[in-house]
Design a protein around this ligand. Structure first.
Ligand SMILES: Cc1cc2nc3c(=O)[nH]c(=O)nc-3n(C[C@H](O)[C@H](O)[C@H](O)COP(=O)(O)O)c2cc1C
Length: 184
């Protein structure tokens, strides 16, 4: 567990090797082991391995944002892949009957996936751009809710791309240790 926390890092280059159904199921089980406020389990997770569908999502992202990524406005070059060609992406959707913590519950579940994946030597990267697009373009949100068979009323919160890293595990980006304190 501690190794997974310290070894996890965002992987942005993947091999074509698929993640099998059993492993994906295990990762989804890890997601729902996460705690939830009031034990609401206010979520629905969809694992997508359909390459055509992930490519279509990427194409929609390029179509609507053209040449600048949302928020950061970093360039969006033709070769930029929203999911970095990962063979699987898990999308977290929050339930309509949630409370003020439900989105956090979903995010914590995604962290469980990232840590479990690290333990299994599977690379991952949390993808927020996908959610920005779904939030900013309601017609695309509806389109993918239909394609992903998302239950009525659920809304996207976060996604995570998963796959075998193409390159050696990169060094982790340094952390700023002034960002915590201890009061005694
Ligand atoms: C909520 C959230 C959204 C993110 N969205 C993206 C994204 O859309 N694309 C991407 O390449 N990385 C994304 N990241 C990954 C961060 O860039 C990354 O975690 C950060 O640079 C620290 O690097 P590390 O994960 O390797 O420690 C996201 C991370 C979080 C927590």
């Amino acid at each position: 567990m501690l190794n997974a926390i310290f070894d996890r890092r965002s992987i942005r280059s993947y091999t074509d090797e698929p993640i099998d159904r059993e492993t994906l199921t295990y990762l989804l089980r890890c997601a729902i082991k996460s705690p939830t406020a009031h034990y609401l389990q206010p979520w629905h997770f969809v694992a997508v391995t359909n390459k055509a569908l992930l490519d279509e999502f990427n194409a929609d992202f390029h179509r609507v944002y053209k040449d600048a990524r949302p928020i950061s406005k970093k360039p969006l070059t033709d070769d930029y892949k929203l999911f970095f060609n990962a063979p699987a992406v898990i999308f977290a959707y929050v339930a309509p009957h949630g409370n003020q913590f439900s989105r956090l519950d979903c995010a914590m579940a995604i962290e469980n996936v990232a840590l479990a994946a690290t333990d299994l030597k599977i690379g991952s990267v949390v993808i927020g751009y996908s959610i920005i697009m779904l939030n900013e373009y309601p017609e695309l949100n509806e389109k993918y809710k239909n394609l992903f068979n998302v239950p009525e009323g659920y809304e996207p919160v976060l996604s995570i791309a998963l796959g075998k890293s193409k390159n050696a595990w990169p060094d982790q980006r340094p952390r700023d240790e002034s960002k915590f304190s201890i009061i005694e």
